[in-house]
Design a binder for this molecule. Structure first.
Ligand code: 6PG
Length: 236
């Protein structure tokens, strides 16, 4: 695990964009899964506006780490957020965008999306292998849509599982632990002082870190990077 600390959110957006570009700028087709939430918004804006034209998006396939079970035009939709802050600003073929259908039956969608990954991605020990998975960290230590009250989903045999937000009850479709830990590269994007304690506990294996699903992220790759701003790194 590597920790890269940037002075500001904008610096972090630049650092991540350069890392992203280095991973997708190859002759081969790459498969990238993105997370939702708030932290990626400004980072996707920066990636699109500063590097969008430098990347051959015909070779980049975009997937989601998780989705809220809402309509794709709903403000809660991770697809909508990504389209507004990245996809609508870059020249990527429609067929390279593989969204989770939040509007469909969650269990049927988890099955469909899991099979789609088996079909489109190379496999490592029978598990779909992404080139890059981008993760966020919730205040409660969740990542993807695996929450502290449903950590058993991490060990699911399936590629995707159905979760529920612990307070709102909102249904989610999420990648499971085996897919996340099989990726060639994993990047956490974490900003803000409210995440500092949990970042220290997870990265230093201190306190209650075992209670946090994000502590289970441990891919066997040198490209496992925590992109933090100074606030999120303030307890390190
Ligand atoms: C989601 C995400 C989730 C997110 C964390 C962090 O759908 O909400 O994929 O895992 O990454 O909740 O969210 P923030 O960046 O908004 O703090």
């Amino acid at each position: 695990m590597e920790i890269r600390i940037s002075k500001t959110k904008e610096d972090l957006a630049s650092a991540f964009s350069i890392f992203f570009k280095s991973l997708v700028q190859s002759d081969k087709v790459t498969h990238v899964a993105l997370s939702g939430g708030n932290s990626p918004r400004k980072i996707f804006d920066h990636l699109a506006e500063n590097h969008g034209e430098e990347i051959d998006w015909t070779k980049v396939n975009i997937y989601w780490v998780d989705e809220r079970c809402v309509h794709p035009l709903n403000e809660e939709s991770n697809f909508k957020m990504t389209r507004d802050h990245l996809l609508s600003k870059i020249n990527i073929p429609e067929e390279n965008i593989h969204r989770m259908r939040g509007e469909d039956n969650p269990h049927e969608e988890a099955k469909r999306y899991g099979e789609l990954l088996d079909k489109l991605l190379p496999a490592e020990n029978g598990v779909p292998e992404f080139d890059l998975i981008v993760l966020g960290l919730g205040d409660d230590g969740h990542t993807a849509s695996i929450f502290p009250d449903s950590m058993e989903l991490w060990d699911s045999e399936e590629n995707c599982a159905v979760a529920a937000h612990p307070t709102s009850g909102q249904k989610r479709v999420t990648l499971t632990g085996k897919v996340i830990n099989t990726a060639q590269a994993v990047a956490f994007l974490v900003t803000g002082e409210n995440k500092a304690k949990i970042v220290r506990e997870i990265t230093r294996h201190q306190g209650d870190y075992k209670k946090y699903p994000a502590s289970l992220v441990n891919p066997d790759t040198p490209d496992f990077i925590w992109f933090l701003d100074e606030e999120a790194a303030s307890e390190l």
